[in-house]
Design a protein around this ligand. Structure first.
Ligand code: SF4
Length: 190
């Protein structure tokens, strides 16, 4: 598969996920606190490089890939895409190109050892929208529709096994995605 085809395949998975999340939010009434973004400040967020391949290609096409590689060399532990000074609904400076973990957080389920879905979200949603949260959790346990994390990771895995085999701290995953894009085009231009 060509790199551009891989990026399109990842974007198609993201689009499907975004639709499922929108449906879950509509049904449950759950939503993020305006301007929050607190989940993005966690220092231990991990991702796979493939999640950031669309972002890496976007950087490459805009001649920003090398600049970002430099910036990532001295990156802090929180996601470098995050812009804490940004005003508006969120703090992600590349919302369109955010990774799978960024999309899943707050509105997805894991499966427990009995293969039952369990809704996973943040403390803010749990406490500030308690009634809706409890109703949504119950509905999910009873089989209600919600994006399931491992199913989306498996969809990405089927696009590229190598770029989804390992999880890295988020900035390292972004760096690996950029390196992949750069080496791909270096090879093609050689
Ligand atoms: S998921 Fe929770 S912590 Fe993250 S932006 Fe939404 S309300 Fe804030």
């Amino acid at each position: 598969m060509l790199l551009e085809e891989k990026v399109s395949a990842v974007e198609a998975v993201f689009e499907k996920l975004d639709q499922e999340i929108a449906a879950f939010q509509k049904d449950s009434g759950l939503h993020c606190k305006f301007g929050c973004g607190k989940c993005c400040f966690k220092a231990d967020i991990e991702a796979t490089p493939l999640e950031f391949l669309p972002f890496a290609l976007h950087l490459y096409k805009n001649e920003l890939a090398f600049e970002w590689l430099e910036r990532l060399k001295n990156a802090p532990s929180i996601c470098l895409i995050l812009n804490p000074t940004q005003s508006g609904a969120g703090l992600c400076s590349e919302y369109k190109h955010r990774g799978l973990i960024c999309r899943l957080f707050g509105y997805s389920a894991r499966t427990n050892k009995y293969n039952q879905k369990e809704y996973v979200t943040c403390q803010i949603i749990k406490t500030e929208q308690q009634e809706s949260y409890e109703a949504a959790s119950k509905k999910v346990e009873e089989g209600g529709a919600i994006p399931v994390m491992n199913q989306f990771y498996m969809q990405l895995h089927s696009i590229d096994m190598e770029l989804t085999r390992d999880f890295y701290p988020i900035n390292e995953a972004i760096r690996k995605a950029i390196e992949k894009v750069l080496s791909y085009y270096a090879y093609r231009e050689a």
